[in-house]
Ligand binder design. Structure first.
Ligand code: S5P
Length: 384
């Protein structure tokens, strides 16, 4: 089911060693976190209400290193940048030590994926450390997202205080060149992503050219350095704790390329997978790895992380490690952590329903964590 990559140095290397050889800031952080927490488990938090999601993240936080979200299937997602659902998950991520991965699978032309990443109600880049891209439209989607992440990174250390006043319109208030930032025609490109005014004083047309004047708004901005995005909402006092033993994650964002899928009959050919690896090598300081069914490290200096969905364990006690697990009847196929991590060289298993549907999800998450960690220790020849 997978082409073994045991000849690549990363296959046998510990996560701590891999961290030392990884220049990607977020990949380096994640590998150190895995080593510290003894976890290579990502929870696919596919629940349909924001309240459930936040509760789940708090309960499962101790077992996981990555929390994977699909924000678009969550009812009641609060989009407020400082107090909304993304910010709440951020607080829990700092408290328990995990990264947030929005499984958005961007798959469009460069300009559109930039807007989907940085703009709209969700402003995914503000709260998700990691996102992924479906590279079917071509490599431009990867370079476009990379460009957005760089631009965001260069502004994010500054919080912008804006004061807004309304006055008489003047003709030079509009950008005659129709230049748009990656945040789209409605944004003020000089503002840091998390503190743009929610409405502007003009209504642009869709060519990004002159807008029709409604009133003019003057923004006065002052930039204040901040160390980390602090949540100012209503999570309980004392929840604003930091996971011990490691610093807060870096501001640098990371991208995973969807290089192979777990679903039956998918169209991701070897040629497509190879193109994904090529794109990753071209954007090493942004692409941290792949969603794949096996390790895709093949050149000596490749140090990508493989995260693998389509993972379940047979029920407790029934040939836990080597047993076969049936698919879900909707195309999803499953393999065990022992196979995926031990044989195929995957680094992180992604598990949704295997944990979420258990009688006690926190107990089940621990069972998955232990099995996946054991498979990693065996693969790398460490003591169990
Ligand atoms: O190939 C893939 C890629 C992804 S990201 N196969 C997948 O199943 N996924 C995602 O992983 C999928 O969208 C879902 O959120 C999760 C698997 O959930 P489970 O309940 O089948 O474990």
């Amino acid at each position: 089911m997978c082409s073994a990559r045991e000849h690549h140095p990363a296959f046998k290397a510990s996560f701590a060693e891999r961290a030392r050889n990884t220049s990607h800031p977020l990949a380096n952080y994640l590998l150190r976190l895995m080593d510290l927490k003894k976890s290579n488990l990502c929870l696919s938090a596919d629940v349909t209400s924001a309240r459930e999601l936040v509760t789940l993240a708090d309960r499962m936080g101790p077992s996981i290193v990555v929390l994977k979200t699909h924000h678009d299937l969550v009812a009641g997602w609060d989009f407020h940048p400082q107090t909304g659902t993304g910010a709440k998950l951020g607080v829990l991520a700092r408290k328990h030590g995990f990264l947030i991965f929005e499984d958005r699978k961007f798959g469009d032309i460069g300009s559109t994926v930039q807007l989907q990443y940085t703009a709209g109600s969700a402003r995914i880049i503000d709260w998700a450390h990691i996102v992924n891209v479906n590279m079917v439209p071509g490599k431009a989607a990867v370079s476009a997202l990379h460009e957005s992440a760089k631009r965001w990174r260069s502004r994010v250390n500054y919080e912008v205080k804006t004061s807004v006043s309304v006055g008489t319109p003047t003709s030079d208030s509009f950008d005659e060149n129709g230049e748009e930032s990656d945040e789209g025609p409605f944004s003020n490109s000089s503002l840091a992503p998390r503190d743009r005014p929610s409405s502007s004083g003009f209504r642009p047309d869709y060519n990004g050219r002159k807008g029709s004047i409604v009133s003019i708004t003057t923004l006065t901005q002052s930039f204040e350095p901040v160390d980390s995005p602090r949540f100012s909402g209503t999570i309980n006092e004392g929840d604003e704790l930091l996971y011990a033993g490691i610093e807060e994650p870096p501001w640098d964002r990371g991208l995973l390329i969807l290089a192979q899928m777990s679903s039956e009959g998918n169209f991701m050919t070897k040629e497509y997978t190879d193109a994904c690896v090529e794109a990753a090598r071209e954007h090493k300081d942004f692409v941290m790895g792949f969603i794949s069914q096996e390790s895709l490290n093949s050149q000596p200096d490749d140090s990508f992380i493989s995260m693998t969905p389509g993972c379940q364990l047979p029920p407790d006690g029934e040939g836990e490690e080597d047993g076969e697990v049936e698919g879900d009847g909707l195309g999803q196929q499953y393999n065990t952590p022992a196979k995926l991590v031990g044989l195929c060289g995957s680094d992180i298993i992604i598990v949704g329903r295997g944990i979420l549907k258990a009688a006690s999800p926190p107990v089940e998450a621990e069972r998955y964590r232990r099995k996946a960690w054991k498979a990693y220790l065996q693969r790398t020849g460490q003591e169990i």
